[in-house]
Design a protein around this ligand. Structure first.
Ligand code: AMP
Ligand code: GLY
Length: 446
């Protein structure tokens, strides 16, 4: 029997924990720090691990609790070298090393890597000087895209429709310090037109195992308006990624990452997420790389995964990933319910009512938790532990709160099923989009 440790507290981690717990060979799934949803999940238990630069709390926990594998959800510990530290201590951990995680941690690194490896992406230039950045924008014209160089939780990107907006974004990031350290340098990018898709793979240094395709909805409001967020909903598969485009993405994007990292002496291991823009003629361009699974893409993708994620990760850790996994042929769609004010601010401690039972009888609806906690502990981030779950009063704990995910015969039916459950859930200031999946639903062939 195996024990698994999952690091993180979002909807992605709830989906990973739920998927791992389904495996009959798994005894315990520990989630650090987890959320109310992971606390309630069968076989799962939330734990508290002190974050430290040398990752010693994680390593000690693994050594003391016979952990067979660590799956790292978010990017921050990956960028901070948790995989390197675990490996050095003989702990089996799934994810990219700090070197490889720079693909997400530094936009400049990612852009240079793409240029060196002929991976198609938008033309760009990096700046730390306000005047030079503005002069470049004036020369290029609008629309144009301004990005904070470091990690900014998916929010450090402004798609400027006008030169005025571009100038304001440069002022905010470089002079106004809006994104702190992450905004000390900006990348200014050519605007790419087309339809976005998320292309996520597992890589073991050599072999590539593509996950089912998906599409996220980054903007806060319906019809893709409003500020960029971490993602307001996603569905899988993404019909924009035809088989021909799938093949092109592997050949032009994913394989060059595997080859380029190997050539640099740092084989890529873990999940790799390519955020793509597919242009009118079906050519893929990389908007960004993430060194982890997507959130909320993980939720619909794992709803469809029939293989065991624990088994796939075990094979990945041995360098023996298969080239295909088994998927439910039905599409899945997840709607994020966010707290009041998200993404600019977020609210905590609002009581959530109307949550359905954790699992629907036919496994077609699943409410993944993200920013949730048990009532008395909403303001105490260090204690979401299992022992308080009997209290059952679940409250918001900021940001994205839930992802209501449905599996159905079509994307439209999945959307309707997810909306029906979402409509019954309420908390003060809850906000969600009713149009998740609209690109696919608008296509005549769906
Ligand atoms: P990122 O954090 O780099 O994924 O950017 C967030 C969002 O901004 C993306 O999902 C796109 O919707 C948009 N975006 C980023 N870069 C570009 C670009 N070069 N052209 C058009 N849209 C972009
Ligand atoms: N859903 C976008 C991300 O995970 O970055």
């Amino acid at each position: 029997m195996m024990n698994v440790l999952i690091l993180g507290s979002g909807g992605r981690e709830h989906a990973l924990a739920w998927q791992c717990a389904k495996d009959n060979n798994v005894k315990n799934v520990y989630v650090a720090p987890g959320n109310a949803g992971t606390a309630l999940e069968s076989k799962c238990q939330n734990i508290t691990l002190r974050d430290s630069p040398n990752h010693s709390a994680v390593i000690e926990f693994c050594q003391n609790n016979a952990i067979d594998m660590v799956i790292v959800g978010p990017e921050a510990p990956l960028v901070a070298g948790i995989i390197d530290a675990c490996r050095a201590a003989g702990v089996a951990a799934w994810g990219p090393t700090a070197y490889c995680a720079q693909l997400e941690g530094s936009k400049t690194f990612a852009k240079e890597f793409m240029a060196d490896n002929n991976i198609p992406t938008a033309a760009y230039q990096g700046f730390s000087d306000v005047t030079k950045a503005k002069a470049y924008v004036d020369e290029q014209g609008a629309p144009i895209v301004i990005k904070a160089d470091g990690l900014a939780a998916g929010k450090g990107v402004i798609v400027a429709e006008t030169l005025e907006q571009a100038h304001a974004a440069i002022d905010d990031m470089l002079a106004g310090n809006k994104f702190g350290e992450a905004g000390n340098r900006v990348v200014i990018e050519q605007f790419l037109a087309g339809e976005e898709a998320s292309f996520i793979c597992m890589i073991d240094g050599d072999n590539i195992l593509p996950m089912a395709t998906s599409q996220d909805h980054k903007r806060a409001y319906e019809s893709d308006t409003g500020p960029n967020t971490g993602g307001m909903g996603a569905y899988s598969p993404a019909p924009v990624v035809t088989q021909a485009i799938h093949d092109k993405v592997i050949a032009q994007v994913i394989q060059p990452v595997v080859d380029g990292m190997k050539a640099a002496g740092h084989p890529y291991t873990g999940y790799l997420y390519a955020g793509l823009m597919i242009d009118e003629s079906g050519e893929p361009f990389v908007i960004e790389f993430n060194c982890r699974f997507g959130d909320p893409e993980t939720q619909p993708i794992l709803m469809r995964l029939q293989s065991s994620m624990v088994d796939l990760v075990a094979k990945g850790l041995q360098g023996a990933l298969p080239s295909e996994a088994q998927w439910d042929s039905r599409p899945a769609l997840g709607i994020v319910v966010a707290s009041k004010g998200y993404p600019e601010s977020s609210s905590k401690g609002d009581v959530i009512s109307g949550l359905p039972e954790l699992d629907s009888s036919d496994n077609t609806i699943k409410v993944f938790h993200a920013g949730t906690a048990f009532a008395n502990f909403a303001n105490d981030k260090t204690d979401h532990s299992n022992t308080h779950k009997d209290e059952k009063e679940i409250v918001t704990n900021g940001g994205r709160v839930l992802c209501v995910t449905a599996l159905a015969d079509s994307i439209l039916e999945a959307q309707q099923a997810a909306l029906a459950v979402t409509g019954a859930i309420s908390f003060e200031g809850a906000q969600y989009r009713r149009d998740i999946g609209h690109h696919a639903i608008d296509r005549s062939d769906i």
